[in-house]
Design a binder for this molecule. Structure first.
Ligand code: NOJ
Ligand code: NOJ
Ligand code: CA
Length: 714
């Protein structure tokens, strides 16, 4: 029996490898996707047999009145709705954490039962939750769902929560299992699998040490620097890759050890094609840790959910703020995030009131949806948005933002809108890869242009419910002539007439933008030199495959260069090339594509790592004197150490000092390499002080985790 299963698994694996190219674009070119976020328990009950499994009996509420119990939705339910999703233009789904979750009921303050129906209390990261799959916690339903998704051209992203297991003070007290074998729990933690600190509270939410090492909402905080936990989380993620997942939404990335996450991402990318984005909650670009968020996104290989833009979207479309709120976030993030087109944009999610609960106006919902579907970033639509789902109890926040799907109509305006703009994202590269420039703005009107070489998309939104605006003085890069609304009037859009100008500024004849309308005008460039719009992953050591995406690469294989070194090409199509990172000195490289005719593309940045990454905890004792606002950083001789950079963004850090004057930091380092490093002080005014003496040296282990403890050299 066992043997047969293994053999079937091997055949299935071979089959999926052989059919891989059929699945089209790789996950590492994610900018062309439309993501749909599903709360698995609340989407569709495809199998009633798993509603009340014996090992966790009593957590199901058939009446759907207790919002904190399971309501029956499952993986089979998602599988049965694949064609509904495909018809909407959805090309990727993000599902709830599918791993085996807390089995017990933990009553709330009022004595009502609650369950981990949302999936954020994992107990065994290598098995599937019985309410979502079957009572044996096997992969059968998960695999079937992934297969169905791929057959429908839909990628699968799982929510993965490496920060914590279950609640530390009730229920199962954080107990973790490794494919059924007990590993440990929070209460008797002689192995040190968990951090034992208070809950993050008050000013702690802005404190780098506390956000990473304190406890998030009583959830047992996993110590990822422990070799067992490090190996466990990486193996679990890899298991999901083996079962076909295309990407990971990493829960609470701000609360997991930041440096460790670089090695987590590297582990996933070393294994295979994937796309990673994390939940770094923050209100806006003035957040005290905003700088840390973009440094993290620029270096870790993990993109982020765009929370600052989300706030602006809700303010503008929900509360009628000025469009300048959105425009200024786009500008600020545009200069801070290296891979801004990989940011995942959204109107609402499972942790905030649905849009219609803050403004019950479908026009505004359509406008906000149109905005994320056409602006910079990868749009993510919360399930039910297309059915105008909302429940306003308690303001519509958690758990009332997670109602059961009310139905699956394929004729709503929001459903059709998403389908059309999904097609445009596939056909016109300006949407996934292009720049974003504001062309005309006032409180109510936002006209912005997306541009990728000669391809252009111009979008005009008028959110005023009653007033049309006369638009004069608008310029565009669209070609001369009449441009019709790509949405053919679905949201009341109008045509424009473009005249002849120069320098990408063709004047648009004065026209009227009617109240509550969205117009989309577009032009897709014909043949042209090769144009690169994307590379992913953005960093990797020799041997790691990376995907270059764009246009006009040609059907005949040409060459790809990292600086001046030619890389091995694994596959080549007019829009997508997979190459192997060559064996070159670590550092940042300009990657170019030369087509078979010898024409060279634009360049895109890629970081060649020294070796696969291992998490190392660096401690430097007695690093004084520092004053408030001064920080100790780490710098050294490889790209992972910042290549001797002495800037805030270039060096590794800032380090953490819960026990001043000792400072520590977990950072991902090249396996098996002897590194040279020093600690520096970067003062509040930017002045740099090096420690004295010779460089420190350390040989990073080839696997597991590392520790280095040294004294600051005076
Ligand atoms: C953020 C998730 O989105 C939220 O729903 C969850 O409760 C917390 N992280 C803890 O996992
Ligand atoms: C950079 C050098 O390469 C390194 O060896 C030295 O320790 C620091 N500068 C400080 O002088
Ligand atoms: Ca069910």
């Amino acid at each position: 029996m066992r043997k047969l299963t293994l053999r079937l698994f091997a055949i299935a694996l071979l089959f999926s490898i052989l059919t891989y190219p059929l699945s089209g674009a790789l996950a590492s070119d994610f900018k062309r996707e439309i993501v749909y976020q599903i709360i698995t328990d609340r989407f569709f009950d495809g199998n009633t047999a798993n509603n009340n499994p014996s090992q966790s009996a009593g957590l199901y509420d058939a009446t759907k009145t207790n919002w904190r119990l399971y309501w029956g939705g499952d993986l089979q339910g998602i599988q049965q709705k694949m064609s509904y999703l495909a018809g909407m233009g959805v090309t990727a789904i993000w599902i709830s954490p599918p791993v085996d979750n807390l089995n017990t009921n933990i009553p709330d303050g009022g004595g009502n039962p609650t369950a981990s129906y949302h999936g954020y209390q994992g107990r065994d990261f290598k098995r599937i939750e019985e309410h979502f799959g079957n009572a044996s916690n096997t992969w059968t339903d998960f695999d079937a769902m992934v297969t169905a998704a791929h057959q429908n051209g839909i990628k699968v992203i799982i929510d993965f929560a490496p920060n914590h297991s279950t609640q530390d003070n009730a229920g199962e007290f954080g107990s973790l299992y490794d494919n059924g074998t007990f590993l440990g729990n929070y209460t008797n933690d002689s192995n040190g699998y968990f951090h034992h600190n208070p809950n993050i509270a008050g000013g702690g939410w802005d404190d780098r040490y506390q956000v990473q090492y304190y406890t998030l909402f009583d959830l047992a905080d996993v110590n990822q620097e422990h070799a067992t936990m490090d190996g466990y989380m990486k193996a679990a993620a890899q298991l999901f890759q083996q079962h076909g997942v295309d990407g990971f939404r990493i829960d609470a990335v701000k609360h997991v050890t930041w440096g460790w996450e670089y090695s987590f991402a590297n582990s996933i990318y070393t294994y295979g094609d994937s796309f990673l984005f994390g939940e770094w909650y923050q209100g806006n670009t003035s957040d005290p840790l905003y700088h840390d968020s973009y440094k993290f996104a620029n270096k870790s290989g993990i993109s982020l959910l765009d929370f600052p833009l989300n706030t602006a979207i809700r303010n503008v479309f929900g509360s009628n703020s000025n469009f300048s709120d959105i425009d200024s976030v786009i500008t600020a993030e545009g200069s801070n995030f290296t891979w801004k087109e990989d940011l995942v944009t959204f109107v609402d999610n499972h942790d905030m009131a649905r849009f219609l609960s803050i403004n019950n106006n479908n026009n505004r919902l359509h406008e906000a949806l149109s905005f994320i579907l056409t602006s910079r970033g990868i749009p993510c639509i919360y399930y039910g948005t297309e059915q105008y789902l909302h429940n306003d109890t308690g303001g519509g926040t958690d758990p009332y933002n997670r109602p059961m799907m009310p139905g699956f109509s394929t004729t709503t305006t929001a459903y059709t809108l998403t389908n059309r703009l999904s097609a445009l994202r596939r056909s016109n590269p300006a949407i996934p890869y292009g720049s974003m420039t504001q062309r005309w703005i006032n409180n109510d009107v936002y006209i912005y242009e997306r541009k990728f070489f000669g391809s252009v998309v111009l979008v005009a939104i008028n959110k005023n419910e009653t007033t049309g605006y006369s638009i004069s003085g608008l310029n565009t890069s669209l070609p001369v002539g009449t441009q019709s609304d790509y949405l053919t009037g679905l949201l009341g859009g109008v045509p424009i007439t473009v005249g002849s100008g120069s320098g990408g500024n063709n004047p648009v004849n004065t026209f009227t933008l009617p109240a509550h309308t969205v117009s989309v005008w577009q032009f897709t460039e014909g043949s042209a030199p090769p144009e690169i719009g994307s590379i992913g992953p953005t960093a990797g050591q020799s041997g790691v495959k990376t995907t270059i995406a764009g246009r006009n690469f040609g059907t005949t294989t040409g060459t790809v260069k990292f600086g001046t070194t030619t890389a091995t090409v694994n596959s080549w199509s007019p829009t997508q090339i997979v190459v192997t990172t060559p064996s070159v000195t670590n550092g940042n490289y300009n990657v170019t594509v030369t087509n078979s005719g010898g024409t060279v593309s634009n360049g895109i940045q890629y970081t060649v790592l020294t070796a696969k990454l291992i998490p190392v905890t660096f401690t430097v004792y007695n690093a004084t004197p520092t004053q408030t606002g001064d920080y100790i950083f780490l710098t050294g001789n490889t790209v992972e150490l910042g290549a001797w950079s002495t800037t805030w963004d270039g060096a590794v850090g800032p380090m953490l000092t819960p026990n001043y004057p000792n400072w520590f930091l977990n950072a991902s380092m090249p396996a098996g390499q002897t590194i040279q490093f020093k600690f520096i002080k970067i003062a509040a005014n930017g002045a740099v002080t090096w420690e004295n003496g010779a460089n420190h040296t350390y040989t990073v282990p080839t696997s597991g985790v590392g520790y280095v403890n040294v004294n600051w050299q005076y």
